[in-house]
Design a binder for this molecule. Structure first.
Ligand SMILES: [Zn+2]
Length: 244
């Protein structure tokens, strides 16, 4: 609730980020589509590149997602994405509370609040000099903030090795956008084109936007395919309304 004011301010700033974004809400939705896509790409890379994971794979995929934003965007755009993606987790927590659900302690994902602070911490840790306002806006406690640069460096070293291999590879495979249309499809298809310019995977990866009957996104290791459910975009618009 306290972060309400931040959200409005940032959404205004975020309009400058996305050429395709028409409204503040679109900018928030676009940022979270990217954040979720990178998270699923993290799962795909873990599988395809046989990345050893010590701990929860969901945490590793969250780390992958925020590192991508940290590494592959100019500072201003990265900052705007990081605000929206972090607040996406905060919005999930607000929505959960509003709907009267308890925190799913048994779930494979950490609680939304923890994912929020982990994301804020890693992003802040990637450039603490430039991002102290971000940490303050997100009310990252100093007790955690002190360790965020170390947390970031450890994560960057772990994932950096994997990404270096993917960037250096010349006989690998591409990511293919195979199905879907609309707002999310445009964003993800454009992102895939950029990714294919910069890196190759050990095996081909397919990405589809598909009706699933629920707001979800997942990596299917059998099909070596990321599915981004068409129900996710309207869900993200609801999430934006919860934060507004
Ligand atoms: Zn996941």
């Amino acid at each position: 609730m306290q972060k309400f004011g931040v959200f409005v301010a940032i959404l205004s700033a975020a309009q400058a980020f996305a050429a395709t974004a028409q409204t503040d809400e679109d900018a928030f939705v676009e940022a979270n589509i990217l954040g979720i896509f990178y998270h699923e790409l993290g799962h795909a890379v873990i599988d395809i590149e046989s990345v050893p994971i010590f701990g929860q794979e969901e945490d590793a995929a969250d780390v992958f997602s925020i590192l991508f934003i940290d590494w592959f965007f100019e500072e201003e755009a990265a900052l705007e994405l990081a605000y929206d993606v972090s607040l996406g987790f905060w919005g999930e927590a607000l929505m959960r509370d509003a709907e009267g659900f308890d925190i799913a302690w048994w779930g494979v994902h950490g609680p939304d609040e923890q994912r929020f602070y982990n994301t804020v911490c890693l992003f802040y840790g990637g450039n603490p000099d430039m991002r102290d306002d971000f940490a303050a806006d997100m009310e990252l406690p100093e007790d955690r903030a002190d360790y965020c640069p170390e947390e970031h460096d450890m994560a960057a070293e772990s994932w950096g090795t994997i990404l270096d291999d993917m960037e250096a590879r010349s006989d690998g495979a591409a990511i293919s956008f195979i199905e879907g249309s609309g707002f999310a499809a445009d964003i993800i298809a454009a992102e895939i084109t950029l990714l294919n310019d910069g890196m190759q995977l050990a095996r081909p990866l397919a990405v589809a936007i598909r009706d699933c009957g629920e707001a979800n996104a997942f990596y299917d290791p059998e099909a070596v395919e990321i599915v981004f459910c068409s129900e996710f975009e309207p869900y993200l618009r609801e999430l934006a309304a919860v934060l507004d």
